[in-house]
Design a protein around this ligand. Structure first.
Ligand SMILES: [Zn+2]
Length: 252
């Protein structure tokens, strides 16, 4: 661990090193951490941006889409000149400028059963920035299997949901414990349902904070809770849920 923090880096991260919950040791943990972000859209952009600023040393990003005009109102790493370019190519260049210390590995593909094992292998923390339940449940299943920490986010209209799952502890519940049946993806269809742009930033930034707390071993209380944001009424609440007896998470 020694010598990771030279003078220049101490200065770069000084405002968070000064936090008693971070300190030089915490900063070294952040620098050594490996986080995979699935999806480089509304949630993925703030997660990648802030985690790279915080100094997360290894960030993987998987996304197969190109930037289109309708993305820009909420996907904060892209601007009008990026339209038509692959999201991962654009953000890789931008993150290099934000923090050259970050090793960013991009995957221009879709996460699927056939590639997930190989991609998951290099990371301890998984951030769900996907826009569909099929992907969320796939990440849930394999995060249980490979004992990852998974932060799930979902956004629609002016509502957001955030879950923190820690599968290093077998007593913790999973996404299936909460949603016994898979919800329809129509709920998350932002083309049809609409979404207020800044909501993506709020939920993505909370996901980034949850990741940093997990890296720093600060969060224990969020493992069995969902955070529900209702921005229209400025209502933030936590709801607790437990592990279900016959859920897919019991056999792992
Ligand atoms: Zn479960």
């Amino acid at each position: 661990m020694k010598n990771i923090l030279n003078k220049k880096l101490v200065e770069r991260y000084s405002r968070q090193i000064v936090l008693k919950d971070v300190g030089p040791l915490g900063q070294k943990k952040i620098i050594k951490s490996k986080v995979l972000v699935v999806g480089a859209g509304g949630l993925g952009c703030p997660v990648i941006d802030y985690l790279s600023r915080a100094g997360v040393g290894n960030i993987g990003v998987i996304d197969h889409d190109k930037v289109n005009t309708s993305n820009i109102h909420r996907q904060s790493l892209y601007n009008s000149r990026d339209i038509g370019k692959f999201k991962v190519s654009v953000l890789k260049k931008k993150i290099k400028l934000v923090n050259p210390q970050v090793k960013i590995k991009t995957y221009k593909e879709k996460i699927e059963k056939k590639n997930i094992k190989k991609i998951f292998k290099g990371y301890d923390f998984i951030v769900d920035g996907s826009d569909n339940f099929k992907t969320k449940f796939l990440l849930n299943k394999y995060s249980i299997k490979y004992k990852k920490i998974l932060i799930v986010g979902a956004i629609s209209k002016m509502d957001g949901h955030i879950f923190t799952f820690d599968f290093k502890n077998k007593k913790n519940p999973c996404l299936k414990c909460f949603y016994q049946s898979e919800p329809s993806d129509e709920v998350l269809n932002c083309e049809r349902e609409g979404i207020l742009g800044p909501l993506a930033g709020i939920v993505g930034n909370i996901q980034a904070i949850e990741i940093l707390k997990k890296i720093l071993n600060l969060s224990k209380e969020s493992n069995k809770k969902i955070l529900i944001l209702d921005l229209l009424n400025l209502n933030f609440r936590k709801a607790e849920f437990n592990k279900k007896k016959n859920c897919i998470c019991k056999n792992f």
